[in-house]
Ligand binder design. Structure first.
Ligand code: HEM
Length: 514
């Protein structure tokens, strides 16, 4: 062999070695990414996600192990439904995983990610979150709205009682949606949108329409976030739609802020205890010594409160009603508890809720089977790290599958069975809904990004359910058996039942109480 051929072979071998090493490094060999399904060039595993991505990802966890790596177009992603790995991500490595991915929806629909819920980790998010915690969602502030919540609970019951008198079937999605929306808008904007004191059908209609469109767009898995080329084509006009909704939502928020400013200027300032959230935000100083917060910051916070608070509690309430009406045995036990704790001579009040341990189990079981956010709000890693010895690159998107967690057969028995009793404590102590050290249920998440509205969320859910089960007996519409009520869901940022729940209510308390 000539010297030239030998040199040529060594050079080629060297080049091949460099290529293979580089390939291994970016793939799973050298850097040992977590196991996962094989992926296609360019598209990665995008084709493996169907109509129910939470179920698809749970199946991958069953197949490949508790921590799974996916390549979604140009994005690294991991998913898990395992309590120990979730604890590692949300608590032990909270600093690494507490950011949010930049998505087009977050950019267009959350004021350039300038809110709390969709903002990346950083000083801006910290400041906005502090405002939420220290000025809006404090126990004192929430207590100042008890009167409004009681009014709304009574309005809910009265509304259903009227339907019952006329022999109408109740659309529970509608009445529970109005209950959540009214509570949030009263607290936030000082207005009731549905009911006798409503701010008019036109404004309510506009508000509902843009809020629904906002939820839809925020929940979308938009291919442009994973395949940059898709944004150029945007065949379904998603980005255009986002910009349209952005404009309508912004006009709406601006109108509310202007109304508040005019009222304040005309001497309508309220006492501390009477202030709604917009009043509070308008009274706070801005950044860098400025006299007031920017309007954009106020709008971003208003947006978050509406989006985070209304749908989550309404969807949870509807699922709880579905499961309880489907299981008459559970309805009977809930009502026995209510009659024992509250009696039949008055309506349930907020102060009763801590004593309703079985109802609290019902809500916890509802969160196990139907968590409001099937993937929380996706997190993102701020730098490269390892989990269980596996390499996780910087900017990895994290899908914590709370739906899979609640139905993980390694940690729950009879996962498809609605059994509230499984949550009763051995010593009879109060059943906690919003947290659990075992990480087996995570309705409000944990760590830096955990839901700051959990106490209010729990109150809205327990109060509505307690009132509805105490005041009425429930059954499915004629011709439908209890056990045949369907539990088909639709995927989104929150995951409601595909079809609204319809049911028949029969009053069970004295008429003067309604
Ligand atoms: C049943 C009702 C509710 C449920 C199930 C719920 C659940 C959640 C979940 C799962 C997250 C994401 C946590 C994460 O990504 O790790 C979240 C975030 C958030 N929630 Fe709630 N929530 C509820 C009610 C509320 C209410 C009433 C408010 C405020 C009025 C609220 C405000 C927020 C905010 C601002 C965030 C973003 C936190 C951040 O990114 O720092 N939520 N919630």
């Amino acid at each position: 062999m000539s010297t030239f051929s030998l040199f040529y072979i060594i050079l080629c071998t060297y080049a091949l070695l460099v290529f293979v090493l580089a390939w291994l490094k970016t793939r799973r060999g050298y850097t040992k990414l977590p196991p996962g399904p094989p992926n296609w060039p360019i598209f990665g595993n995008l084709f493996q996600l169907g109509q129910f991505p939470h179920r698809d990802l749970a199946n991958l966890c069953r197949k490949y192990g508790p921590l799974v790596y996916l390549r979604l177009g140009s994005v690294d992603a991991i998913t898990t439904d395992d309590p120990n790995i979730i604890r590692e991500i949300l608590l032990q490595q909270d600093n690494v995983f507490a950011s949010r991915p930049w998505t087009l929806a977050a950019f267009h629909l959350a004021y350039g990610c300038g809110d709390v819920a969709l903002a990346p980790l950083g000083p801006k998010w910290k400041r906005m979150r502090r405002i939420c915690m220290e000025h809006l969602l404090t126990t004192r502030r929430l207590d100042s709205f008890v009167r409004h919540r009681t009014y709304e609970a009574q309005y809910l019951v009265k509304n259903i009682w009227d339907s019952a008198q006329k022999g109408e079937i109740v659309n529970l999605r509608q009445v529970l949606g109005a209950f959540s929306m009214n509570n949030v808008t009263r607290m936030l904007l000082g207005k009731q949108y549905f009911g006798v004191k409503s701010s008019g059908p036109e404004e309510a209609h506009e508000f509902m329409e843009i809020t629904h469109e906002l939820f839809r767009l925020l929940g979308l898995i938009y291919l442009g976030d994973y395949l940059p080329i898709w944004r150029w084509i945007d065949p379904y006009g998603c980005e255009k739609k986002m910009k349209e909704v952005e404009k309508r939502v912004d006009d709406f928020h601006m109108k509310i802020i202007e109304e508040h400013k005019i009222k304040n200027k005309n001497g309508g300032q309220k006492d501390e205890g009477e202030m709604d959230f917009v009043d509070v935000l308008l009274s706070l100083p801005g950044e860098n010594g400025r006299e007031h917060m920017d309007d954009v910051e106020i709008k971003a916070l208003m947006q978050d409160m509406i989006a985070a608070a209304t749908d989550t509690s309404a969807v949870t309430n509807e699922w709880a009603m579905v499961e309880v009406i489907k299981h008459p045995r559970v309805l009977k036990k809930v009502q026995e508890e209510l009659d024992r704790v509250v009696g039949k001579e008055r309506m349930v009040m907020e102060s009763d809720l801590v004593h309703l341990n079985y109802l609290r189990c019902v809500v916890r079981e509802t969160f196990r089977m139907h968590p409001a956010g099937p993937f929380l709000i996706p997190h993102e890693s701020t730098r490269a790290t390892t989990i269980n010895g596996y390499y996780i690159p910087e900017k990895t998107r994290v899908f914590i599958n709370t739906h899979g967690l609640g139905r993980n057969p390694k940690i729950w028995d009879n996962v498809e069975e609605f059994k509230p009793e499984r949550h009763l404590t051995l010593d009879g102590s109060r059943v906690e809904i919003s947290h659990g050290a075992d990480f087996k249920i995570l309705p409000f998440s944990a760590g830096k990004r955990k839901c700051p509205g959990a106490p209010l969320g729990v109150t809205l859910v327990l109060l509505a359910l307690a009132r509805l089960f105490h005041a009425f007996d429930w059954s499915p519409p004629p011709g439908l058996r209890h056990q045949d009520i369907d539990t088909v869901e639709v995927y989104g940022m929150t995951m409601p039942k595909a079809q609204p729940l319809m049911a028949i209510a029969r009053p069970r308390l004295a008429t003067h109480l309604y």
